[in-house]
Write a protein that binds this ligand. Structure first.
Ligand code: EPU
Length: 434
């Protein structure tokens, strides 16, 4: 299994480029199920979750081409034949986002068999809201032998009100509604930029959607969708992780190829922490941190609030800030797996329920630590970048799920980080799910 060896202490200086958003590319790949034509996606990150989704689509009979060389971030998908509309447990257990194929499969093929995802490292993560929505649209759903089977000759438009805000739930039902008969009104929808990305692709495929990116989305179902070419937006969580990397190492880092308007809550919090943040261009953010960082509280919220996917990384920064930072996690019930490892590195953090109290600044000292999920791994990389000595991070396959060659990118701006083992093995850690 690959490991990272990181020697802390170097300020990161220079320009680092952000890849396409994993959490946009995943639903966009699933959207290709909705048409017999080819869908081409550009700016698809080369990360393990994308490889998993490719395997999932191929297992259903789709043809998926991941580009190489100059076209290495292009993916072309053809779902002309969907001989086996089933998401098997072997794949679903490695990536919960596999349940994103449920809505599009029922809409296109009239049936879907999807293995029920279990819980994962960060929480229970049920999909009851996806199921409830499909039932309201006329699907018959049965559950047997760990699989969920959904059937509907043609889904009907419906009035859906989400009991709680769900990102992939909104995406799944949006994809179901575009081919349904009549109009669907969805309320209390997620407003994440990834929803807007998916809706833009669906619109390019011929769907009729209004309001994506707001809490109310209105969809007029159409008979069929056609192929399209679409460029995935930059990954706001990767961008946020790099902003914290610049700040925690007291560097001067330009994060390029990002969308600053998607980073509002993260930028505001960094400024409150005493980091200088500038936006020198439409797709660039610069961070500088030379003085003492100050403690600031965070409370994770749905977009446009502070993202749960940045909580672990911000906590690493909080260990270096003067004073007490309260970190409240509101989205997932068990997203503090990084805390014990940060404490082993010398951080002073106490967890009480969904709140972590971080007292800083703490002198972090390098040690061997274990990555437990994607964002927890990012937090440990950040801590190791300022720790005294050489840290060894085990199980970096978690990192490879969502960050494209992060060690190369960080090395390019002055970090001392090396991978031990294979360079990005997409099959490694196939039993890990989050
Ligand atoms: N929930 C339910 N029932 C449902 C669906 C969700 O109770 O049917 C609950 C969840 O258990 C959770 C909350 O609602 O407590 C929000 O979950 P949501 O459905 O929004 O999460 P998700 O769609 O499964 C996506 C991202 C996550 C990100 C969350 C929150 C993708 C592929 N995944 O997950 O990304 O943390 O939204 O923003 O888009 C990551 O990239 O590291 C990651 C975990």
């Amino acid at each position: 299994m690959d490991k990272f060896v990181i020697r802390g202490g170097n300020p990161l200086v220079g320009t680092i480029r952000v890849s396409g958003a994993k959490n946009s590319a995943l639903p966009c790949m699933a959207a290709a199920i909705l048409t017999e034509d080819e869908v081409t996606l550009e700016n698809v990150p080369q990360v393990r979750d994308i490889e998993t989704e490719r395997r999932l689509l191929v297992s259903m009979g789709a043809e998926v081409e991941l580009g190489y060389g100059r076209a290495q971030h292009r993916t072309t998908i053809s779902c002309r034949t969907l001989s086996d509309p089933e998401a098997k447990y072997e794949i679903v257990k490695t990536m919960r986002a596999s349940s994103l194929v449920l809505g599009p499969l029922v809409a296109r093929a009239g049936m879907a068999r999807v293995a029920m995802p279990g819980g994962c490292a960060i929480g229970g993560r049920p999909i009851d809201l996806h199921i409830k929505g499909l039932e309201k649209m006329g699907a018959t759903i049965t559950q047997e032998h760990g699989y969920l089977e959904a059937r509907a000759e043609r889904l009907r438009g419906a009035h859906l009100v989400f009991d709680r805000i769900t990102v992939t739930g909104t995406e799944d039902l949006l994809m179901a509604a575009v081919l349904a008969e009549g109009e669907t009104l969805m309320e209390n929808c997620a407003r994440e930029p990834e929803i807007t990305d998916l809706a833009a692709l669906l619109t390019a495929m011929g769907a009729k959607i209004e309001g994506a990116g707001s809490s109310t989305i209105r969809i007029k179902g159409v008979q069929r969708l056609h192929g399209a070419r679409y460029r995935i937006n930059p990954d706001r969580i990767e961008a946020g992780t790099f902003l914290v990397a610049g700040a925690i190492t007291r560097g001067d880092l330009i994060v390029a190829n990002c969308n600053p308007s998607h980073l509002g809550a993260v930028i505001a919090k960094l400024e409150q922490t005493g980091v200088r943040v500038d936006i020198p261009g439409p797709d660039t953010v610069r961070v500088r941190a030379d003085g003492q960082l100050r403690a600031a509280d965070i409370s994770t919220e749905e977009y446009p609030g502070f993202p749960t996917d940045m909580q672990a990384q911000y906590m690493a920064l909080a260990t270096q800030a003067e004073g007490v930072s309260m970190v409240k996690e509101n989205i997932f019930e068990n997203r503090f797996m990084h805390v014990q490892e940060l404490v082993r590195m010398g951080a002073n953090i106490k967890v009480d329920g969904s709140t972590a109290t971080v007292r800083g600044p703490a002198r972090l000292s390098a040690t061997a630590v274990m990555c437990s999920d994607l964002r927890a791994s990012a937090s440990l990389v950040l801590a190791a970048l300022v720790a005294d000595g050489e840290s060894i991070l085990d199980r970096v396959y978690h990192m490879d799920r969502g960050y494209e060659r992060i060690e190369e990118k960080l090395r390019g701006v002055g970090a001392q980080i090396m991978r031990m083992g294979n360079v990005f093995n997409p099959k490694e850690g196939e039993t890990a799910a989050d």
